[in-house]
Design a protein around this ligand. Structure first.
Ligand SMILES: Cc1cc2nc3c(=O)[nH]c(=O)nc-3n(C[C@H](O)[C@H](O)[C@H](O)COP(=O)(O)OP(=O)(O)OC[C@H]3O[C@@H](n4cnc5c(N)ncnc54)[C@H](O)[C@@H]3O)c2cc1C
Length: 433
């Protein structure tokens, strides 16, 4: 039997290097990112990417033959915990969403030609991509309702639809678009993924949508979320990724690992907020004592530590199930960490913000931004409610209604059965009395 919570020393050394590198280099760049345009950010990131490559940590989510490291999900999870402390770190390590997930599905389902055209430059960091699935006018939490259509016309496909929240669309060279190819097919075989190059006639990035993440966004910034219209966009048969009708199946491959990485990045962010909470407790004095001596603050610290630990173990366990069994075997675990991790992230940041009072609410600390960004975690990649539903449904499959409608644990019924079973014993006791 093996039940091991340790990290092998060689990989721990890599993680230690990462922690220092991200703190020294990327936290610094994050703090002036607002003042830089994308070209300047790319310039600053270039030597950092080289350093990451030298350490053998570049694009770690992909197999070695694709230029990645072939790390499993547990190792990737541990890396993302560190990357989550910085906005730009995932870019410096070649594993920023949505490019990382997109490269995974290209690696999984792309033809040799699609890999040459899109995957190789994506991995080299020479182009950017977006994943365009959610629509403005249908419920993103139920993708079987998608309306964007792709209709075959000779050898070509013609796409029509209205999407939004296509992250990075305004800087993307490649759009991976989910469209319905057969509305009459079974619910999860209706849609297909298409590779559409930026600038294709009929493809219009309408705007970057302002959000809690960035109210004063500038169009064409990395990390923005765009509204996109597809009007009679013609693509060839070679634009189909992974076969007609396989859109959901392929997207599912992208979402499993993606959720593990999200959840581990949340732990990293929560830890950063937690460190601020603890530091504040050691020096802020009010009503006769330090915050550290007040039981409410002690409870915040103790609860946050326990919740982060639980979320971390749950996430690493989900990653381990994926590594040792499969993505589908970890379905329940992945759904659980999605809503549990998002809540832990929110609550820890909220407590840290509260402990800093007006300073926490101000832009003099990163907590207000972390708080706004954390809110999205309960929505993207499926809202909390949908993941809870998945978990509850799966659990309930293991239960049946009680026979005759009497609850299995009904005390009088159990007692009557026990009396019958132990009648002799009871008789002895009664006789003794
Ligand atoms: C920061 C961010 C980045 C994103 N990036 C991308 C991207 O790159 N590409 C992309 O395609 N999409 C992206 N999205 C969109 C995201 O995937 C959707 O917002 C999400 O799937 C929810 O869809 P919706 O917004 O249409 O909400 P709806 O489907 O309209 O759901 C609204 C609410 O209804 C409730 N609800 C839904 N189903 C149930 C249920 N079964 N039980 C109980 N309540 C329920 C929930 O409270 C839910 O929040 C992003 C979103 C955000 C916030």
């Amino acid at each position: 039997m093996s039940w091991d919570f340790s990290t092998e020393p060689e990989f721990q050394a890599k993680l230690d290097w990462m922690r220092e590198f991200v703190r020294d280099e990327l936290w610094a760049l994050d703090s002036i990112a607002d003042e830089l345009d994308m070209t300047a950010i790319d310039t600053a990131l270039r030597p950092m990417k080289d350093a990451v490559k030298q350490q053998g940590l570049w694009a770690a989510h992909l197999d070695p033959e694709l230029g990645g490291q072939g790390f499993g999900q547990v190792k990737l999870g541990l890396m993302h915990e560190i990357l989550g402390t910085s906005m730009l770190a995932p870019m410096a390590f070649g594993c920023a969403a949505p490019d990382s997930g997109n490269s995974e599905i290209l690696a999984l389902a792309g033809t040799p030609e699609q890999k040459r055209q899109w995957l190789e430059p994506l991995l080299a960091g020479e182009l950017r991509s977006c994943f365009s699935m959610t629509e403005l006018n249908t419920a993103g939490s139920d993708p079987t309702l998608l309306k964007t259509s792709a209709v075959q016309d000779g050898d070509a496909w013609v796409l029509d639809g209205h999407k939004w929240y296509s992250s990075n669309a305004s800087v993307a060279d490649l759009f991976i678009v989910m469209a319905v190819t057969d509305p009459d097919a079974a619910a999860y075989q209706r849609a297909t993924l298409f590779l559409v190059p930026a600038g294709a006639p009929g493809l219009e990035v309408v705007r970057d949508v302002g959000s809690m993440e960035s109210r004063n966004h500038r169009f064409g910034r990395y990390g923005n979320h765009a509204e996109v219209r597809y009007t009679n966009v013609r693509v060839g048969a070679d634009a189909v990724l992974g076969g007609v009708g396989n859109g959901f199946l392929i997207a599912q491959h992208r979402l499993g690992p993606g959720r593990i990485h999200h959840a581990m990045r949340w732990i990293g962010q929560a830890q950063r907020a937690f460190d601020m909470l603890c530091e504040r407790a050691t020096y802020r004095f009010a009503h006769g004592s330090l915050l550290a001596d007040k039981q409410t603050v002690q409870n915040w610290i103790a609860d946050s530590a326990a919740e982060m630990h639980a979320a971390r173990l749950m996430t690493l366990h989900a990653a381990w199930v994926m590594d040792t069994q499969s993505s589908s075997a970890a379905r329940r675990e992945i759904a659980m960490i999605k809503y549990f991790g998002a809540r832990v992230l929110h609550d820890v940041i909220d407590r840290a913000l509260q402990a800093h009072g007006s300073l926490g609410y101000s832009t003099d600390l990163p907590l207000e931004a972390m708080y706004r960004w954390a809110r999205a975690a309960r929505i993207y990649d499926g809202p909390d409610e949908v993941h809870r539903q998945t978990v509850a449904r799966q659990i309930l499959r293991g239960y049946r209604p009680p026979v005759d409608g009497v609850p299995s644990e009904h005390v009088p019924t159990r007692r009557a059965a026990a009396r019958e079973r132990f009648a002799d014993l009871l008789l002895t006791v009664t006789a003794d009395e």
